[in-house]
Design a protein around this ligand. Structure first.
Ligand SMILES: Cc1cc2nc3c(=O)[nH]c(=O)nc-3n(C[C@H](O)[C@H](O)[C@H](O)COP(=O)(O)OP(=O)(O)OC[C@H]3O[C@@H](n4cnc5c(N)ncnc54)[C@H](O)[C@@H]3O)c2cc1C
Length: 494
């Protein structure tokens, strides 16, 4: 495999400097800031940083950035209070769900930026390889770390890592989890699975005054490490991972915090004005496009919302609909995955939907495609094929078409289980923002009615909301979209 050259820092946007000033105006450091402790869950019986330790460790896995990161800030708060060095680690896993080279390169190039910035801040960055339970644990034990701070990521695998670590960590070491991804911490918003946006909206909006605040800065850490940090071989760090290497990186999506700020700036300057009216048109460029950076935590959604909110007077409707998507819809997805252990299985859907899909299990399907035919965009539907090409070529399907795309997989597979599994598989494998609660919920919404209601009953779908080609033609220029992504029709006998 030919590896990429080392990451070059993207040119910082004007926002980069403005945000530094803004953070500095909030507080000199986290020590002078009134940190909201409800952002933290102490998962251990130990609550105090171990005396005479060598440092505090932040294990970063969902929120891959330094600034505007409540988990990082909390770790620095502990380290400053205890006058010890601050360490950050990231584990390169041999495999993570269906992530491919496309995702690993994006991740690793961004981590290199994080590591370089950490160096400037006298914070020690460790790149670890392997299963967290063993490599993070080794680092803690070998280097006498006095506390562990971890991210919050409500998917089975990462929740399992944290559980394993909790079981194996020496009992005197505290482990604290911080929800740095949601504006209102997932466990604060609600203690149960919410039915829909309408039931969670008030719960979130009612807490925004408390949680949608400015961030203080991560500062140059005043305490040095008393041991040497292993050098990182960035060029070879993906050498041993066991991933699909045929799905390579996409050009439009540059890794890292600085690139994310550039993208945010272009959204505010060029697309935000049209967001409300045109975001559902796949031929228009009106969406933020920020989901890959959100997914990897390279930029904070809270920061983005604070920035976008500044334009409320100018683009009221657009700002409000952006906040609905980026806050309510996104945090609803985390709520679903956190409280529903079957967040990616049919049985995780609402009972009305499961009953209805079961009633229509034996309905004759007009078309049935194999996984390979879907994957190779070989359906009779040029729009579907174009959407699938878009996914493979640029690592993303437009938000509106994503719904159509997943619903057609339901229509053209033998069972709803297969439809769910395959839509998740493609989404996780190709989409830059895949393997995310939003992805599982998006597929579950499309295939088995999660957060939706029952609609007029029909073949195959039962009461699941239906979408069709004609409806798309009424909404946007289908032919133009098909031409862009070469959605050739494959004639298949019925
Ligand atoms: C079948 C299907 C699969 C999906 N898979 C993913 C996925 O893997 N990852 C992902 O982040 N989103 C997914 N979504 C939700 C949505 O389509 C994307 O978040 C959106 O298209 C991302 O583009 P954007 O950043 O330009 O969004 P914008 O319209 O600019 O929205 C800003 C942000 O709001 C959030 N958001 C927007 N729409 C939704 C939504 N419907 N549900 C939850 N959050 C939302 C995202 O974080 C997004 O980045 C999926 C939806 C469907 C129907």
């Amino acid at each position: 495999m030919s590896e990429e050259p080392p990451a070059k820092k993207s040119k910082p946007s004007k926002l980069f400097d403005r945000l530094i000033t803004r953070r500095n105006n909030v507080a000199d450091s986290i020590t002078d800031f009134d940190f909201n402790k409800k952002r933290v869950r102490v998962l251990s019986t130990a609550t105090e940083v171990v005396k005479n330790c060598n440092g505090v460790l932040y294990w970063m896995f969902r929120d891959g950035r330094i600034q505007d990161n409540w988990a990082f800030l909390f770790a620095q708060k502990l380290a400053l209070k205890n006058r010890v060095s601050l360490h950050v680690c990231y584990c390169i896993l041999p495999k993570f769900l269906d992530a491919t080279l496309r995702h690993y390169k994006f991740l690793v190039e961004s981590l290199e930026e994080v590591a370089n910035d950490c160096k400037d801040l006298n914070i020690n960055f460790h790149l670890l390889y392997g299963v967290p339970n063993s490599v993070v644990l080794n680092l803690i034990k070998k280097r006498n770390m006095g506390a562990l701070v971890v991210d919050f990521f409500p998917l089975r695998t990462p929740m399992g890592w944290v559980d394993d670590l909790k079981k194996n960590l020496p009992s005197n070491i505290p482990i604290c989890q911080v929800d740095a991804h949601n504006i209102v911490p997932c466990w604060v918003t609600s203690t149960k699975q919410e039915y829909a946006a309408r039931t969670i909206r008030g719960k979130i909006n009612g807490k925004l005054n408390e949680y949608l605040t400015e961030f203080p800065p991560i500062i140059k850490h005043p305490y040095d490490s008393n041991f040497k940090i292993d050098k990182i071989d960035w060029k070879n760090c993906l050498k041993d991972v066991k991933i699909n290497r045929s799905v390579d990186k996409v050009e439009w999506c540059k890794p890292g915090y600085r690139a994310a700020l550039n993208h945010l700036e272009s959204f505010i300057n060029e697309r935000l004005k049209n967001y409300n009216e045109k975001r559902n048109d796949p031929c228009e460029d009106a969406c933020s496009g920020l989901s890959p950076w959100f997914h990897f935590g390279m930029i904070s959604v809270q920061r983005v919302v604070l920035e976008v909110k500044e334009y409320r007077k100018k683009y009221k409707e657009s700002v409000e609909s952006f906040m609905e998507e980026a806050i309510i819809r996104r945090e609803l997805s985390d709520n679903f995955c956190f409280y529903n252990e079957n967040y990616d299985k049919l049985i995780g859907g609402p009972s009305w939907a499961i009953e209805s899909l079961n009633l229509h299990r034996k309905d004759k399907r007009e078309y049935i495609y194999t996984l390979k035919e879907f994957e190779e965009s070989q359906t009779h539907d040029d729009l579907w094929n174009a959407a699938q090409n878009q996914l493979k070529q640029i690592g993303k399907i437009h938000g509106f078409l994503r719904m159509y795309w997943a619903k057609k997989i339901l229509e053209w597979t033998k069972t709803p289980e297969e439809a769910l599994e395959w839509s998740i598989y493609f989404n996780d494998k190709y989409s830059m923002d895949g393997r995310d609660p939003n992805g599982y919920v998006g597929c579950m919404w499309s295939v088995c009615g999660v957060h939706d209601q029952g609609w007029k009953e029909r073949q195959v779908f039962g009461k699941i909301r239906y979408m069709n080609y004609k409806g798309c033609e009424r909404k946007f220029d289908v032919k133009e979209f098909v031409m862009r992504y070469n959605g050739k029709v494959v004639i298949k006998k019925k």
